[in-house]
Design a protein around this ligand. Structure first.
Ligand code: MG
Length: 248
């Protein structure tokens, strides 16, 4: 079932979301050539815990860290480690927090130093595809109207939409119903209702949409080795414009 949340619950999710947004601001400040993804993870975990919140990803299904750090052709679920970022890389950071029982989740792809124009376009189109989907996060639209808008925008720019991983409802668990594909025909699925809270997260590839999981059991990479980018916010359906909860 798809939950609808009271205004009070959404306020609590927004407090959790603010922490996640601050972590992204920290990431933006620290992502530079030479830093390791483990150092980024420590910054994120310390920031989340400084509020008495819990890093939502750490221990989830056995995941060992507070951020997913996915570099270049890595799509999602990369594990932080001793790899140092290099000039020209792109890195997707996905992170979540749980505060007083309420979850929030957001992802962004960052440039490391100076990147080439194709990588920048992929980042920009991925972000904008989220905002194209967001236009349909309103009462009365159906869930796949969001999916279709994301897919249409990304494909019109020559990129492909990952099929194997999707967005999700979020609230008192990190992953709730419904699943939110970033592709599909419009006019299908549940009608959106005030109080639904959705983590919408296009994962967009520069090459084909086929992906596989590395032998570490987590890291998802593109089959063709082409770049991938990710953009996600936790969003509440209201009676008017949608409210992004992962902002500071
Ligand atoms: Mg998510």
């Amino acid at each position: 079932m798809i939950f609808t949340r009271s205004e009070q619950e959404i306020m609590r999710m927004k407090r959790s979301g603010t922490i996640v947004a601050e972590v992204h601001e920290l990431m933006r400040q620290h992502i530079k050539p030479g830093i390791t993804t483990k150092e980024l993870d420590e910054l994120a975990e310390n920031h989340i815990r400084s509020y008495g919140a819990e890093p939502a990803f750490k221990g989830y299904g056995g995941f060992p860290a507070s951020i997913c750090s996915s570099i270049n052709h890595q799509v999602v679920h990369g594990i932080p480690g001793n790899v140092r970022l290099a000039e020209g890389d792109i890195i997707s950071i996905d992170t979540g927090a749980q505060l007083e029982g309420y979850f929030s989740d957001a992802a962004k792809t960052y440039p490391v130093g100076k990147i080439n124009s194709e990588a920048q376009e992929l980042i920009d189109v991925t972000k904008q595809s989220f905002y194209e989907g967001l236009k349909f996060v309103r009462e009365g639209f159906r869930l796949s109207d969001v999916s279709h808008a994301i897919q249409t925008y990304a494909e019109n720019h020559g990129f492909s939409v990952v099929r194997n991983y999707v967005g999700h409802g979020i609230g008192t668990a990190m992953h709730e119903e419904p699943q939110i594909p970033n592709f599909g025909l419009p006019g299908k699925g549940p009608r959106l209702k005030k109080g639904m809270v959705l983590a919408i997260e296009p994962m967009i590839n520069a090459g084909s949409y086929d992906v596989h999981v590395l032998s570490d059991g987590w890291t998802v990479v593109t089959d063709d080795g082409a770049l991938s980018a990710h953009y996600e916010h936790t969003v509440a359906v209201t009676e008017d414009a949608p409210e992004i909860l992962t902002v500071c």
